[in-house]
Ligand binder design. Structure first.
Ligand code: GDP
Length: 430
């Protein structure tokens, strides 16, 4: 049966060691090389989602969506493509993804990030379903892609392995049903189940600040049931759940496994990958949150220290002529917490033995006066990803403070532009 209110597959209810265990929907992440069509594929799938159907095709990016099948089964898609978000979540211990859709463009074939995505899936022990995209293109060559993937060690079904391959066109919305079927088949093989009763165990997949409603977190329940009114600790934040909404923005009283929900009532903005723990009282929630905040700050400082160049005294003496590693301060702003983290991680990959990009502040929302003040004080550059252009007063303040603001909507352009800033700040280091 498909429970519309719950929005997930609830077909097999049975008991295991006394606990109620439920067959649950798979949670899917889309990965692949840049420009191979991850975003387009998610857009096309989102149009077939329950929320889109209820809202007449209009949907908002909330971090996750559910696609329901005629059969009553359903699939939960995480709406932030790419392995940066996937690995950031995994690094925080949030193994939310059950299946990875590996998107490979039929005209371009296997590329470096295709291989990276494969490694991430393998490291996470997450099975892959391949979507060969752009099959509508005249120079599409799906067979070549299959040979390439097989050569990289992916055991494709048609070659006797167990990795399913589906040919699709995200733009023409062709093959989406086949992809969904393949995902359900994979899920069935995995026999995904979760405990339904008892306190929820859930993870944040995205968080944003709403002007009227405060911090909002999109989360996926992994086990148990999350109930409105409960006190929770989320990462280092805490709160009392004021409302739970499903992805169609409908207020619901409780949420079950694999169901993406939006929760309201947190005191601060959590991060993608943060766990949600239900506690019995406000006092306990506050206490746990304070403890975690202290621990996270300590961990952050230790990490920062570890990332600094470590030159031994001998090396320092020997190498007085060698140029020092140049520290380039940055402030990162992005539309949602998931992207803030993905951008921060991507920026760190630019670090080298000569350059250390120090993210002095990272946050959600457009560039503000306080960002400019901080940037001016530290000589930092502000980079914005998917954020609105600042109002003219802020732009003027930045010019007066001689603070550079770099806004982009494509991560590679952003990284390229940071490269330019490095060249300016530390010539000869790139
Ligand atoms: P991403 O970087 O992997 O998220 O890729 P995008 O979804 O942004 O797509 C990159 C480009 O490929 C865009 O110009 C899309 O319009 C185009 N594209 C995506 N899917 C298809 C497809 O199925 N067919 C064709 N012909 N173009 C596609």
């Amino acid at each position: 049966m498909f429970d519309k209110e719950i929005g997930v597959n609830v077909c097999r209810l049975h008991s295991d060691d006394g606990a109620h265990v439920l067959g649950r929907s798979p949670v899917v992440t889309v990965m692949g090389h840049v420009d191979h069509g991850k975003t387009s594929l998610l857009d096309a799938l989102r149009q077939t989602s329950l929320a889109a159907k209820e809202a007449g095709g209009i949907t908002q990016h909330l971090g996750a969506f559910v696609v329901g099948m005629q059969s009553g089964a359903s699939i939960t898609f995480l709406d932030t493509p790419g392995h940066a978000a996937f690995s950031a979540m995994r690094a925080r211990g949030a193994a939310v993804t059950d299946i990875v859709v590996l998107v490979v463009a039929a005209d371009d074939g296997v590329m470096p990030q295709t291989l990276e995505a494969m490694s991430h899936a393998k490291a996470g022990n997450v099975p892959i379903v391949v979507a060969i995209n752009k099959c509508d293109k005249p120079d599409a060559n799906p067979e070549r892609v299959k040979v390439q993937l097989a050569a990289e060690g992916l055991l494709l079904e048609e070659m006797g392995g167990d990795v399913q391959v589906v040919e699709v066109s995200a733009i023409n919305e062709v093959g989406l049903d086949k992809l969904e079927d393949a995902l359900l088949l994979q899920a069935e093989l995995m026999d995904l189940k979760a405990r339904v009763d008892g306190p929820a165990q859930a993870y944040v997949v995205e968080a944003r600040l709403d002007k009227g409603r405060g911090p909002l977190a999109t989360a996926i329940v992994k086990a148990g049931t999350l109930v409105c009114g409960q006190h929770v600790v989320v990462g280092a934040e805490w709160g009392r759940i004021r409302s739970i909404r499903d992805m169609a923005r409908k207020v619901i009283a409780e949420a079950r496994p694999a169901m993406p929900i939006e929760i309201e009532g947190l005191k601060g903005l959590p991060m993608a990958g943060d766990d949600i723990v239900v506690v019995e009282s406000e006092e306990r929630a506050r206490m746990l949150s304070e403890g975690r905040k202290k621990k996270f700050e300590k961990d952050r400082l230790t990490k920062l220290e570890e990332e600094r160049p470590k030159a031994s005294e001998e090396e320092e003496e020997e190498d007085e002529t060698k140029p020092e590693r140049v520290e380039v301060p940055l402030i990162v702003k992005a539309d949602v917490q998931g992207t803030v983290q993905a951008v921060t991680d991507a920026v760190k990959n630019l670090n080298s033995s000569q350059v250390f990009l120090k993210v002095i502040h990272a946050g959600v929302g457009p560039v503000s006066q306080s960002d400019i003040d901080m940037a001016q004080a530290c000589g930092a550059c502000i980079v914005g990803f998917n954020v609105r252009d600042p109002p003219s007063s802020i732009a003027l303040a930045a010019t007066q403070a001689k603070v550079k603001i770099k806004l982009h909507r494509v991560i590679y352009h952003l990284l390229e532009d940071i490269g330019n800033f490095i060249v300016e700040k530390a010539p000869g280091t790139l």
